[in-house]
Design a protein around this ligand. Structure first.
Ligand SMILES: C[S@@+](CC[C@H](N)C(=O)[O-])C[C@H]1O[C@@H](n2cnc3c(N)ncnc32)[C@H](O)[C@@H]1O
Length: 222
């Protein structure tokens, strides 16, 4: 994504009540941020945040955290957030590789990855959000029975993910190469990118990944 510098973006984010300013200090204490023990779902790379804000409105008993590493992009989400009257969503301006320093193991119940940057060059593979490196980060924070939901229009990235996720010791529980014409479409909430690509006739791929039984058992024994 090409980013335009927006003067004042950093300041607006630093002053926003909807952005967690020192997320590492909240590790193991996220219930206190929301004032309840409802499950926490996060979206990594939320962009302008349409998807996660829609979910927050539909599901008041789930706490949502939108993660975006660029302040200029997060600013757009904040402008929308100010128009909502829900209390179950906040944001963080961080790189997802830091998630293990921000959440305790098991503190996150679900991770959404939507239209993640494809990083097509082989030498950039570890930057892909479904690379074994990132799956290991999700493993540090996700509950034993938690899952990762990934949507993309990019067939190359999707085919890569169908291989990289099992290589990382996870199982692809369900997948489709044409989400909108599949049984996985029920309850689907479109993202900004999903709307754009599907309106051009591009099929959307989706998968749901879970730990293998072996790993879930070993975590249960901890
Ligand atoms: C292509 S956009 C998709 C936005 C949105 N999820 C959608 O579907 O409309 C991907 C977003 O992920 C963010 N992103 C990519 N890698 C990230 C990382 N490691 N940590 C946090 N955000 C990341 C980018 O800055 C960008 O805003």
């Amino acid at each position: 994504m090409r980013l335009r510098h927006i003067p004042g973006a950093e300041e607006a984010i630093e002053q926003s009540p909807y952005v967690i300013q020192e997320p590492k200090e909240m590790k193991g204490k996220w219930d206190s941020v929301f004032g309840n023990q409802n499950p926490i779902h996060i979206e990594v790379g939320m962009g302008k945040g349409r998807f996660i804000m829609e979910l927050a409105q539909r599901n008041p008993h789930i706490n949502y955290i939108g993660i975006e590493r660029y302040s200029t992009v997060l600013l757009k989400a904040l402008q929308k957030r100010e128009q909502l009257s829900v209390s179950n969503i906040c944001f963080m301006c961080i790189d997802a590789k830091e998630l293990g320093e921000i959440f305790e193991k098991g503190e996150v119940k679900k991770i959404y990855l939507n239209f993640s940057d494809p990083w097509p060059k082989d030498r950039h593979a570890k930057r892909r959000l479904t690379s074994p490196q990132f799956m290991a980060v999700y493993d540090q924070v996700l509950a034993a029975d938690g899952d990762v939901e990934f949507k993309t229009d990019n067939r190359g990235l999707f085919d890569y993910s169908l291989e990289s996720i099992p290589e990382a010791g996870w199982k692809v529980k369900e997948h489709t190469f044409d989400l909108h014409n599949s049984s996985m479409a029920e309850g689907n909430v479109m993202t900004e990118y999903e709307e754009k690509f599907s309106s051009r006739g591009q099929a959307i791929c989706k998968l749901i990944a879970v730990r293998t039984d072996k790993e879930m058992k070993s975590e249960g024994n901890k």
